[in-house]
Design a protein around this ligand. Structure first.
Ligand SMILES: *Cc1c(COP(=O)(O)O)cnc(C)c1O
Length: 303
């Protein structure tokens, strides 16, 4: 990346562009899903059933994969039926949708939640929200090898920090497994502290039989998951204008703004080489496009 604020801080930044992996099955969700697709095939399932919201990157990736590879998909959605660009795509990909309401969706971690759905769809493999769980994390562990293979292409022999946005923390857990302590890992929380990431990381590392080699979590949520403000919208617009790279506001925009703020605060040593994961999710931006433009225009102060 060539950006003024990186030059000023004397730091180099490269992006791992998971948004470019596939036009439809985008970002970290593909890597989290791949092990579940393998499990479904091994067990002779007809497809997969999972949960998410009306803008869910996870359900979008699952439905797109089902359409591409020819397996059945069922989505259990949060809230009341809504029409969003994501939901329109889910229908177009042939995903069968059930709207659970808000109270119904809150039951998703309760024992017995899956029982009626297993009875109704005995030939579908249930997958946790967001493609979480150990299999999802292990699917992301391989990203570290992909990343290292590509370092010579940008003339780097090494890097000091690896940054990633956290929703559930599954992707960060995968990177921790892949890095095995080789580099400092920073998770930018898209959800406020106390929403489960702190518990998820030790749990997944324990299940994987890995020692905790250490990582740092920063609150990048800006007041709540999905909260978008003028400074964020302005930062994303400037980032896109300067680099050509499109970010979305829930994860990757907040990740890079948190990284920017750490640099500005002088907390990253000059001469460092950083890698940030662009975890995709751009499909979810469509429903917010106008709001982002309005917010960015209103926030005059350039970041
Ligand atoms: C889901 C998602 C994340 C968060 O991934 P976790 O594994 O849940 O932490 C980050 N970025 C994007 C774009 C996502 O869609």
């Amino acid at each position: 990346m060539r950006l003024d604020w990186l030059d000023e801080a004397g730091v180099e930044l490269a992006l791992l562009r998971l948004d470019l992996v596939d036009a439809q099955v985008s970002g970290n969700k593909w890597f989290k899903l791949a092990p579940y697709l393998r499990q479904a095939a091994e067990r002779g399932c007809d497809g997969l059933i999972s949960l998410g919201g009306a803008h869910s990157n996870h359900l979008h990736a699952l439905a797109a994969a089902g359409a591409r590879f020819g397996f059945a998909t069922v989505g259990l959605l949060r809230g009341l039926e809504q029409d969003t660009p994501t939901v329109r795509d889910l229908h177009a990909f042939g995903m069968h949708l059930h709207w659970l309401g808000y109270a119904g969706y809150r039951e998703r971690h309760a024992p017995g939640f899956w029982t009626p759905w297993r009875e109704r769809y005995p030939r579908l493999l249930p997958v946790d929200e967001g493609g979480g769980g150990l299999a999802g994390a292990e699917g992301c562990a391989g990203l570290v090898a992909h990343l290292r293979e590509q370092l010579p292409l940008i003339g780097w022999r090494d890097y000091q920090q690896l940054w990633v946005a956290c929703g559930t923390g599954t992707t960060l857990a995968g990177l921790l497994i892949g890095e095995a302590g080789a580099h400092e890992l920073i998770g930018a929380l898209a959800v406020p502290r106390g929403h489960g990431v702190e518990q998820m990381l030790p749990r997944l590392l324990g299940e994987a039989g890995r020692a905790d080699a250490g990582y740092r979590l920063l609150d990048a949520s800006r007041g709540g998951f999905g909260k978008v403000d003028g400074e964020l919208a302005r930062f994303m617009a400037d980032f896109q204008a300067a680099s050509g790279v499109v970010l979305e506001p829930l994860y990757t925009g907040k990740l890079l703004l948190a990284l920017h703020d750490e640099l500005r605060a002088g907390r990253i040593a000059r001469g460092s080489r950083l890698i940030a994961v662009h975890s995709g999710g751009l499909q979810g931006r469509r429903a917010m496009e106008q709001r982002l433009q309005r917010l960015a225009a209103a926030a005059e102060r350039p970041v």
